[in-house]
Write a protein that binds this ligand. Sequence first.
Ligand SMILES: *[C@@H]1O[C@H](CO)[C@@H](O)[C@H](O)[C@H]1NC(C)=O
Ligand SMILES: *[C@@H]1O[C@H](CO)[C@@H](O)[C@H](O)[C@H]1NC(C)=O
Ligand SMILES: *[C@@H]1O[C@H](CO)[C@@H](O)[C@H](O)[C@H]1NC(C)=O
Ligand SMILES: *[C@@H]1O[C@H](CO)[C@@H](O)[C@H](O)[C@H]1NC(C)=O
Ligand SMILES: [Cu+2]
Length: 679
Amino acid sequence: MEASTLRNTFIFSLLSIFSISSSTTTSHSHHHHPLDPLTPQEFTLVQTIITNSYHNSNPNNLTFQYVGLDEPNKPTLLSWLSTLKTTTPPPRRAFVITRLNKQTHEITVDLSTSSIISDHIYSGHGYPLFTLEEQTTASELPMTYPPFLESVKKRGLNLSDVVCSTYSVGWYGEEKSARVLRILCFYTEGTVNLYVRPVEGVTLVVDLDEMKITQYSDRFTVPMAKAGGTEYRAAKQKPPFGPKLKGVATVQPDGSGIEIAGHTIRWANWAFHLGFDVRAGPIISLASIYDLEKKTFRRVMYRGYISEMFVPYMEPTEEWYYKTFFDVGEFGFGLSAVSLEPMKDCPAHAVFMDGYYAGQDGKPVKISNVFCIFEQNAGNVLWRHTETGILGEVIREVRPEVSLVVRMVSTVGNYDYIIDWEFKPTGSIKVGVGLTGILEVKGVSYTHTDQIKEDGHGTLVADNTIGVYHDHFLTFHLDLDVDGETNSFVKHKLETRRVANNISPRKSYWTVVSETVKTELDARIQLGLKQEELVMVNPKKKTKLGNPIGYRLFPGSTVTSLLLKEDYPQIRAAFTNYNVWVTPYNKSEKWAGGVFVDQSRGDDTLAVWTLRNRKIENKDIVLWYTMGFHHVPCQEDFPIMSTLSGGFELRPTNFFERNPVLKTKAPKIGHWPNCTAKP
Ligand SMILES: *[C@@H]1O[C@H](CO)[C@@H](O)[C@H](O)[C@H]1NC(C)=O
Ligand SMILES: *[C@@H]1O[C@H](CO)[C@@H](O)[C@H](O)[C@H]1NC(C)=O
Ligand SMILES: *[C@@H]1O[C@H](CO)[C@@H](O)[C@H](O)[C@H]1NC(C)=O
Ligand SMILES: *[C@@H]1O[C@H](CO)[C@@H](O)[C@H](O)[C@H]1NC(C)=O
Ligand SMILES: [Cu+2]
């Protein structure tokens, strides 16, 4: 009885959050949640509409650099949700960036009326994301470029074993710059680990509008790094193998707890929407948690995604200085996503979701298994206590932890990033970032550290191979809606107090001094300097006991950029000057490094937006958190690097009246036929 009533309440309140249709209907609106990513049919429609609108142009000149959902304005979406979908859904729109005749167009397409709402030529600084196709074409140009063939020959290399790759060039104060990419080449003879065998000394520049090589330099040669010891394919390894790992399986005796309807996912007490964007990768929306006591879903996060990344290398010479990558806005974190391999990238019981993006010609391209979603029992303890203080009895209560993970892997050239959004029944949202893949290395003449007399800008990780120092910064857009849109950002400062008047043998203690941050500039925080806790609260709501309802940011990393503020890459990446920023919600402030990031000049970054110093108290606000890794490579990172993990957690803080998993029962234990649990 009780369970079924609860379930009905659960479903009703879910309806109000997601507007899930409980009956089948033919109305257009029910095919999509307004936040669903564009479907293959919609990509095709966008392509047709835009191509037709340029019927006088050479179709070969039109390229689609970005196509994605132009999501409804937040107030529009929320008011539609509040009507339980009885009103017309917000119009479905696509945002498109094209290049046509050396110009960048920003286009908004209305999908329901099949019409172009606006088409502006962008005249500001910076260029759009690169397409895979133009990168591939550009990277093949050296193969027929005589000076390059000469350089290959001079080095005694076989051309058939040379492959090239494309690199964004950044901006270093140039007045004007064409849309170009740098090209570096690698040697694959005897190995597939090309990144550790650079053809050092040679760089090329390709103009993407002309699609031809416009600069070439061959400044020096160093011995080619050996192929031996660079192999990572299992089939090519020779014994001894090890260490030996035995299989570990997960059994789900009750079946899966995951329910997926379109892009809406329900699991345990969580409900959220999962979208795929070619630029951001996974986008989590409308994350809400069911409150057993209030018998309703309560919203925690309106939208969360990786807004930008910054990966600067610390080698200032001609061949390397420009390497300061913005993987989201230049290369597309979703575009770089790879199909996940069942049983390896994700556990056996994972379910998968495909992603779609528009290719350079605007036609849909599928990335199968772009996300995996799985329940995770990592052997952790949700909570426990052993009580021996009561005479004659021992009380032992343990609850194993099970959580839900949404995973995507993005392989941006040499590096692989594993992104996990983990939802815990406690109300925590934990984001995990794993770095693995292959180092970006510099070819050198050295084979021992004794030979290195000057700053090598990295670590000698193998003969003739320096793993160059660099950073990885990931900036997350976290539009928290803690129990509603209206939130405030509070710093709980932990301050030391001296015991006054000798009232105690103790001389000191700490206490909490709370400060509600009023404006944007005061919300900029470089973590690690002060002992404080950062909480997003709903100033309109309190617990029964009177505490403000909140969610706390548990930062996992307090790393910030060490580049000088006036250095060009840092001007472009000024969003990494602080770890934490808070801004008022503004639909157009999505990309921390700006909309047009390739060769950007830093005029459209989070750092610039906040200079308006807008009020953020008691408003719909967005939290931005930058986590980072300073990467000093080591020999274990060669020839391939084991996963280095970091992350952060958003954790309820006086959001619930008490521990929300107090009454959660331990899940059933799975049994293999041959296995008996020992008590
Ligand atoms: C566009 O196409 C014309 C031929 O129709 C060609 O001459 C021109 O170079 C092209 N422009 C670009 C930017 O590709
Ligand atoms: C070039 O290829 C030939 C034939 O495959 C091989 O014998 C030779 O070692 C290669 N040269 C280099 C420098 O890798
Ligand atoms: C939203 O942000 C953009 C970019 O910072 C700005 O141009 C615009 O004025 C903002 N809109 C409002 C209503 O503040
Ligand atoms: C399970 O037990 C059967 C019969 O005793 C045996 O043949 C089989 O090898 C066992 N399997 C495993 C995985 O231990
Ligand atoms: Cu690294």
